[in-house]
Design a protein around this ligand. Structure first.
Ligand SMILES: [Zn+2]
Length: 598
């Protein structure tokens, strides 16, 4: 099938794509204008069809008459057959009908859009008609909507409502028009009120539509930048309805967002709100620390506070901790307590999002934030406490309180090297830490540079691909030698001069070379893309994918293999989407080798 809609970029469930309606392709998320829709200028026909093939969309009792509609561009081969038969569901766009009813309840809003998105193929554009406004459009796009229109903005203009990004205002209440669009710059509020109904309605409708268009452009900018979630947290504050939508998304729809959320980004995750605690990235990190991370064999667990600078090792406070620990490093395992990530083992400080988050630091912690971080520490200790002879907490303030309350619950003894409100980097505190380690460790035991770097690379491989992958990557045949070069955190692992893997600090990821991938291919079934009988160059398109590991997320490092090729690359869509899509870039190829070429 030819290309009418293609997703080009993803940020969570939000997508940027190209839709071919007329001759030129248009960027989505796209705004349709009501007047050109009516005149047919957008280049497509809309037809309602009774009894569509997906009744699950309409399972709620509110929907007595199941209805859907398909949107076909005029260039589509089925366009001329619209009057003959109901086109198959494998269309390029789908229109969600009765969308206005979404505004009755936040739960309905969330459920129906997600149900539609999950029912239609991922490379189908979803149009939710008649409800977009400057206030809610960011939420619609965040949910996975690709097409909106200005009908609601225009109608509300004729009803005397003046739109702002924070909601609709009555023109009667406005002393000044809080906007600089072409309409608002040309007329004052009192002049606008005095115009006759029709002209006033027209001008308000134009302003509302312009504002919606501006907001949609802003949304596209945020998807491109990978900051859609941060923007959404900001946007939903304007109304309880939208804030409820976000909470429901986080609390009830995590299964929808998890596979759609990239495994790494090159931007900072801003945890500015309580909702940030519920982000997929935060939950995923915490789960992987429990499921995939294996602590090194050390006698003492040392709990440390986080730092503003990331990776933590680069911060002045962690340099001081490091100096204090250095002689005993072979005995000490460092774990950092932080919000919103919970616990970050030292070996994972360079991964995404551990090296990529920022929080407002005031010394005050919300109850929910405390409960979350404490639960992460509790889970970690329940799992690994038996490995350690002693737990040392170099913590003060809320960190210390959390640590002691968890230890009390688990009936564990914690040795504190800081007073309740002591500066954790004060020389007295550092001296106490040093003395305590001397006493507990007995002998000094430094770690070689190689061992320190190796523990980080092993842990990163496990974190990314699953437990025991790191060990396999480091398994060495007799007579060969592993070497780690590069400056923290940009380490490179090689074996007898052949590079196996590299840390890419810009994304907090480990990338594999072909040689590295061969070593661990057996363990990477979940991260393997099976391709058809061809030798890819540059990228692997979705139709060439036969099967793909369901663990694969956007930006994951993947292997691909087929009859003619074996290679490594970066996933551009989730594994499930690679299989379900008929177009789009599935994997960006980094290295490939031809098979059976003899
Ligand atoms: Zn305006």
């Amino acid at each position: 099938m030819s290309t009418f809609y293609e997703v080009r970029r993803r940020d969570g469930a939000a997508r940027l794509g190209l839709l071919s309606l007329k001759e030129e392709k248009q960027q989505t998320p796209l705004l349709f204008h009501g007047d050109s829709l009516r005149s047919g200028k957008e280049g497509f026909a809309v037809r309602s069809v009774e009894d569509p093939d997906f009744p699950e969309l309409f399972e709620t009792e509110n929907w007595h008459a199941p209805r859907g509609a398909v949107l076909l561009p005029s260039v589509h081969p089925l366009f001329s057959k619209l009057n003959e038969a109901v086109p198959s569901l494998h269309v390029d766009s789908y229109v969600l009908s009765y969308a206005s009813a979404l505004l009755h309840s936040p739960r309905e809003f969330v459920r129906r859009v997600i149900a539609a998105r999950e029912t239609i193929p991922p490379d189908t554009a979803l149009w939710v008609p008649g409800i977009a406004t400057a206030e809610n459009v960011a939420v619609l796009i965040y949910l996975g909507v690709d097409l909106v229109d200005d009908t609601s903005a225009v109608i509300q203009g004729y009803q005397g409502l003046y739109h702002t990004e924070e909601g609709a205002l009555e023109l009667a209440d406005l002393e000044e028009l809080p906007c600089v669009c072409s309409i608002c710059s040309s007329i004052r509020a009192d002049e606008l009120r005095e115009r006759d109904d029709k002209v006033r309605g027209q001008l308000l409708a134009q302003h509302n539509a312009l504002l919606l268009e501006q907001e949609l452009k802003k949304v596209r900018t945020h998807i491109r930048a990978g900051t859609m979630r941060e923007y959404l947290e900001l946007r939903v504050r304007s109304s309880p309805f939208l804030t409820a939508v976000l909470r429901l998304l986080d609390l009830e729809e995590a299964a929808y967002f998890e596979p759609r959320t990239p495994v790494a980004r090159n931007t900072v995750l801003m945890a500015n709100t309580l909702e940030s605690l519920w982000r997929v990235e935060v939950k995923r990190f915490a789960r992987r620390v429990l499921d995939r991370y294996e602590p090194p064999q050390r006698r003492i667990l040392l709990l440390l506070p986080c730092s503003a600078r990331k990776p933590y090792s680069r911060s002045p406070s962690h340099r001081k901790f490091s100096d204090a620990i250095a002689p005993y490093r072979g005995h000490v395992h460092e774990v950092i307590l932080t919000s919103p990530l919970g616990v970050v083992p030292r070996e994972l400080e360079a991964v995404y999002p551990a090296a990529f988050y920022d929080i407002p630091v005031t010394g005050h912690w919300d109850a929910e934030e405390r409960a979350w971080v404490a639960s992460c520490l509790r889970n970690y200790l329940e799992l690994h406490n038996s490995r350690y002879e002693h737990i040392v907490a170099h913590l003060s303030g809320p960190y210390r309180e959390m640590c002691f309350s968890v230890a009390a619950d688990l009936e564990l003894e914690v040795i504190s090297t800081c007073d309740v409100d002591e500066d954790m980097t004060a020389s007295s505190a550092l001296q106490r830490l040093r003395e305590k380690l001397t006493e507990l460790c007995g002998d000094t035991k430094r770690l070689s540079g190689f061992e320190q770097k190796a523990s980080m690379l092993r842990a990163m491989a496990d974190y990314q691909f699953g437990r025991s992958v790191g060990r396999a990557l480091f398994s060495e045949a007799a007579g060969t030698r592993l070497k780690i070069t590069g400056k923290f955190p940009a380490y490179q692992l090689s074996s007898d001069g052949v590079v196996l893997a590299r840390v890419v600090p810009a994304y907090g990821l480990l990338t594999l070379t072909l040689n590295g991938a061969r070593r661990i291919a057996d363990l990477l079934a979940a991260y393997t893309v099976h391709i058809a009988d061809f030798l890819p160059r540059g990228s692997i398109l979705a139709p060439g994918v036969l099967d793909a590991g369901t663990a694969i997320r956007v930006n994951d490092e993947v292997l691909f293999s087929g009859e003619k090729a074996f290679g490594v690359g970066r996933a551009k869509m989730a594994g499930g989407e690679m299989v379900a899509s008929r177009r789009g870039n599935a994997v960006e190829v980094r290295e490939v080798t031809a098979l059976n070429s003899v």
